[in-house]
Every structure is written in structure tokens, then in C-alpha cells.
Write a protein that binds this ligand. Structure first.
Ligand code: HEC
Length: 204
């Protein structure tokens, strides 16, 4: 009986997910926290700041999105929802789990997803530039390209955090396929000030 018990314990030990074994916050808990504290604003319907975290899954993270989230969390995003904050240990555990998932953000991540309507191709990459306003913490910029494979409609989004850049007055423009460039002025006062979107993703 004793040896069967020992084998059972060994099997149970092997079954512990890697995250639990290394002490990292379990994926389900990360997802639940993001849902509770972030998706109230960053949902598919509102896309506040040009970002939806409604279907965030820490098991399959886009490293560049996660890197932006880390920057925003360090900048106090937890408090944005108005819901009472989780304890410090929980906040730190989420920050450390997300920081690990952000590995590889400075390389292109390319994904093909099957939207209910059409295949969508996305590519995203992150760049960090040291902040002059906030010593030690870099400003992070995320470029995301989204293309509907069937209609070839595309969207280009540049987002940044923590948001002390750029000043208003600048313009971002982009041209594709030899067409006239599309431009958008930078504004530090618009509610979406942390991102630009150029182009249109869907016909309506
Ligand atoms: C009360 C609404 C609200 C909540 C809750 C909220 N945010 Fe935001 N978030 C915004 C707004 C508004 C912007 C755009 C303006 C700015 O950057 O301050 C933004 C911008 C961002 C951006 C930059 C935009 C981009 O495309 O990358 C990130 C990243 C982000 N939030 C992450 C988070 C995370 C992570 C949480 C949860 C811990 C969170 N936010 C909770 C309102 C919210």
C-alpha cells in the first residue's frame, strides 16, 4: 500500500502545472485579475485607448501587448477601475508573471486568427525608448498591423505607454499600395491619446 501511495504522490507531483511549480501566478488568476481590473474599460465594445483585453489569455499572450500592460500597471492602471485594489503581493505577482510573458516583445509576433467573418493576420512589435520625464522607466511603443486577408483591408496602430509622449502637434501618416497618405494629428488631450489608428479594419 505504501508503494502505491508513493507512486500516486509522484504522479500528482508531476501533474502540477509549470506555473505553480515555479511559484508564478496561475494563468487563470492572471486572466481573472485582468478581466476584473482592466476589461471594464478595455473591452471589445469600447476598446478604450485602442485596446481590448476582454479575451486576454495569459496562456497565449501577445508579448508586445503584455509589455504595454506591464508599463501601465507600473503607472497605476490597477487603480483605474475604481474597484478596491488587490493586496500588494497579488499586484506584484501579476506584474512579475506578465513581465515574464513579455519576453520577446521586441521581435515581430505574427498571428493568424480565424475571425467569424474572415481570416485576420496580425503582426506586432515593441520598442523601448528611455523617458526623459520618468528616469529609469522606458516609454514603450507598440506597432500593430492588422490585415483582413480576404478584402486586404488593413489597420495600423501605434500605441504608447506610460503616455508622457508625444506632445501634441505632431502628425503621423502612412501610405500603402501607392495610394494617398492617411494622416492623423497627435493629441495629448483626446481620450485615446495613447494610440493612433490609421486605416479601417472592416467594411462596416
Ligand atoms: C477606467 C477605465 C480604464 C481601466 C479600468 C483601465 N484602463 Fe487602460 N486605459 C484607459 C484609457 C482612457 C487609456 C488611454 C489613455 C491613456 O493612455 O491614459 C488607457 C490606455 C491603456 C494602455 C495603452 C494603450 C495600448 O493600446 O496599449 C494600456 C496598455 C492599458 N491602458 C492597460 C490597462 C491595464 C493593464 C489595466 C488593468 C490593470 C487598465 N488599462 C485599466 C482606461 C482604463
Amino acid at each position: 500500500m505504501q508503494s502505491i501511495g508513493a507512486v500516486a504522490a509522484l504522479v500528482a507531483g508531476l501533474a502540477i502545472p509549470a506555473a505553480a511549480a515555479t511559484g508564478a501566478m496561475p494563468v487563470a488568476q492572471q486572466n481573472a485579475l485582468v478581466e476584473k481590473y482592466c476589461a471594464v474599460c478595455h473591452n471589445d465594445a469600447n476598446k478604450t485607448g485602442g485596446l481590448s483585453l476582454e479575451n486576454f489569455d495569459a496562456a497565449h499572450p501577445d508579448p508586445s501587448v503584455v509589455a504595454m500592460m506591464v508599463s501601465k500597471l507600473k503607472d497605476g492602471a490597477f487603480g483605474a477601475s475604481g474597484v478596491p485594489l488587490p493586496d500588494r503581493t497579488t499586484q506584484d505577482a501579476l506584474l512579475s508573471a506578465l513581465s515574464a510573458e513579455a519576453a520577446g516583445a521586441s521581435e515581430w509576433t505574427v498571428n493568424r486568427t480565424q475571425d467569424p467573418e474572415a481570416p485576420i493576420l496580425t503582426a506586432s512589435i515593441l520598442r523601448e525608448i528611455l523617458s526623459t520625464a520618468n528616469a529609469g522607466e522606458p516609454n514603450v511603443y507598440r506597432l500593430a498591423l492588422t490585415c483582413r486577408v480576404d478584402t486586404r483591408e488593413a489597420e495600423m496602430q501605434l500605441a504608447w505607454a506610460p503616455g508622457d509622449v508625444p506632445g501634441s502637434g505632431g502628425t503621423m501618416s502612412a501610405a500603402g499600395d501607392g495610394k494617398a497618405p492617411l494622416s492623423r494629428a497627435a493629441s495629448t488631450t483626446s481620450p485615446d491619446r495613447s494610440s493612433f489608428v490609421i486605416g479601417s479594419r472592416s467594411p462596416g
